[in-house]
Design a binder for this molecule. Structure first.
Ligand SMILES: [Ca+2]
Ligand SMILES: [Ca+2]
Length: 281
């Protein structure tokens, strides 16, 4: 018995160790599975665009919404911070994003897809550009896009936070500036269709880091479905507004339509966003 006891003990030890090891390995396996799932979903969510396609008219196309599914959110656009893709959100969160891919027959009888905002809630859409390798704003400084404005939030004014709504706006974020040690503020130019301010109005907000430029105003009277094309030379605007050299690689383009502050509906369409060499109209 005295001889056997150590064996029994070691057997029990082996069994105990074995159980411990198995439990540990299951735990490790479980953890790895969770990590795999997380990494996979993360990899899916941060699958940023690395290259913009060259458009027929010599620009770099950011978006024409032709690759998207009608009735859905646009796949290549993220939430405001550019981390998560609202396209992949569960329906109850997705419903707060009032942008949808819409299609219609264009005059050339071709089907055109575009992005429509219709509602009041304020949510940004972000197209990350920080991973794009073939965009140099010094070569393609002209930002171009199309809008159709159907309904402006009545009484909105971008200068007043209480009624700060806009039928449509397109931002370019150039860089993120650190404020007061921890707070990060994006440095951006926001081109907006204002309900009340005259075209050419320039506003400085967020401690001077966001410049709003009014490029369209008021309720369009002839709602004939005509698209309005806009072109802005970012280099000229940036240098005038910030008084410094423009970074050659922007971080993102953001879209925002909203009517939440005036509690009035905004309805606007977006299409054909791209960067072009100087001289593009
Ligand atoms: Ca389109
Ligand atoms: Ca608002």
């Amino acid at each position: 018995m005295t001889l056997l006891t150590p064996y029994c003990f070691s057997f029990r030890l082996i069994v105990n160790e074995h159980i411990k090891i198995s439990a540990l390995s299951y735990f490790v396996l479980f953890l790895s599975l969770i990590m795999l799932v997380t990494v996979k979903s993360k990899a899916q969510d941060t699958k940023y665009i690395h290259s913009l396609t060259t458009s027929k008219d010599g620009g770099l196309l950011v978006e024409d919404f032709e690759g998207d599914s009608v009735g859905q959110l646009p796949y290549n656009w993220f939430e405001q911070r550019g981390v998560n893709r609202p396209y992949n959100y569960p329906e109850d969160i997705k419903k707060d994003y009032l942008y949808r891919i819409t299609d219609e027959q264009s005059p050339s009888s071709k089907i055109n897809q575009f992005l429509r905002f219709d509602g009041t809630k304020a949510k940004h859409l972000n197209f990350p550009l920080h991973q794009v390798k073939n965009l140099n704003l010094n070569e393609s400084p002209v930002l171009s896009w199309k809008w159709r404005i159907w309904d402006i939030p009545a009484g909105a004014d971008e200068r007043n936070n209480k009624v700060n709504d806009t039928a449509a706006s397109v931002y370019v974020v150039f860089k993120v500036k650190r404020m007061a040690l921890v707070k990060e503020v994006p440095q951006s130019i926001r081109y907006t269709w204002s309900s009340s301010l005259p075209v050419g109005t320039e506003i400085s907000t967020f401690f001077g880091h966001q410049k709003i430029v009014v490029v369209g105003t008021g309720q369009p009277s002839n709602l004939d479905g005509e698209w309005m094309a806009f072109s802005r030379n970012l280099k000229e605007d940036y240098e005038r507004l910030f008084g410094e050299k423009m970074p050659a690689t922007p971080l993102a383009i953001l879209l925002l339509s909203d009517g939440d502050s005036t509690n009035d509906t905004a309805k606007a369409d977006y299409d054909d966003i791209g960067f072009y060499p100087t001289g593009h109209h």
